[in-house]
Design a protein around this ligand. Structure first.
Ligand SMILES: C[S@@+](CC[C@H](N)C(=O)[O-])C[C@H]1O[C@@H](n2cnc3c(N)ncnc32)[C@H](O)[C@@H]1O
Length: 256
């Protein structure tokens, strides 16, 4: 693990080619036990009217799937009251390009995709209506070059969105597991994004959004967070279930 030279925090090591099942397990656990609309469904509504989108660190396409599933009925009321704009927005040809460092992740993502580093995007300047970095900047020792790259490829008025997890996420598991601080946690994400984009808008979440029904689910939740399996089994054995888990984090929105 590389310790970030400027923050002393440790970037989460990417394992998406070596152990893609770890990431998939986490996605399944969230999908099964989440009691609210997913982050991606929410983002799909925020991307209304944005037709060229780059999803940086796109994984296997959770955002692409939510965008494809979004219908005019799911659009905000303002877009629905007037049939003209609603129709136009609902059917606006959206073109999402998935960018990821992992060939394994891109193999499952709808085309078009580009294998690239977030800090070196292979696109001209000023081309996208929206650029997103969802649950990925904590993998970077220094998120600043990636934030500057996202801004570079956005057209004037283009929307940037990043998500970040809070250091005190999942406090109900604190006795057996704690998230290591990373270079892009919800506590600093707002300031980091603002230092590149200027004004930002922040949406925070802090609620028991997931309930893990049994110890197998607790074990899998921990494995998905890179806890080695034997330690996850031991830890899960100490937990009383069902366990409501408080999710804490933030979405940061900024315009170029
Ligand atoms: C936790 S996954 C999130 C995937 C997707 N955004 C989602 O929310 O489902 C993090 C993703 O970032 C990618 N990633 C990690 N470091 C990267 C980098 N330096 N450049 C581009 N992608 C990277 C990983 O390969 C992985 O697909």
């Amino acid at each position: 693990m590389a310790r970030s030279w400027h923050t002393g925090r440790v970037a989460v090591p990417p394992d998406y080619d070596d152990d893609p099942e770890r990431f998939r397990l986490g996605s399944r656990i969230t999908e099964r036990h989440l009691s609210a609309p997913s982050l991606y469904e929410h983002l799909a509504t925020r991307l209304t009217g944005r037709s060229t989108i780059v999803d940086i660190g796109c994984g296997e396409g959770a955002l692409a799937a939510a965008l494809a599933a979004a219908t005019p009925a799911a659009l905000p009321l303002l877009a629905r009251v007037s049939p003209g704009p609603a129709e136009a927005l609902g059917s606006a040809p959206r073109r999402l390009v998935g960018v990821d460092a992992s060939a394994t992740m891109l193999g499952a993502h709808p085309r078009p995709v580009v294998q690239a580093e977030a800090a070196r995007l292979p696109f001209a300047a000023d081309v996208f209506d929206a650029a997103l970095a969802i649950n990925m900047l904590y993998h970077l020792d220094d998120p600043m070059p990636a934030l500057r790259e996202a801004r570079r490829v956005l057209a004037p008025g283009g929307l940037f969105v990043a998500s970040a997890i809070a250091r005190d996420d999942s406090p109900e598991l604190a006795a057996v597991w704690r998230r290591e601080p990373t270079p892009f946690d919800a506590e600093e994400a707002q300031d980091l994004v603002a230092s590149v984009f200027g004004t930002v808008e922040v949406e925070r979440w802090d609620a028991a959004l997931i309930t893990l029904p049994d110890r197998d689910a607790v074990r899998d939740y921990l494995i998905a967070r890179q806890v080695p399996r034997p330690a996850a089994v031991d830890a899960a054995a100490q937990i009383t279930t069902p366990l409501p888990v408080t999710k804490r984090g933030a979405l940061i929105f900024a315009c170029r």
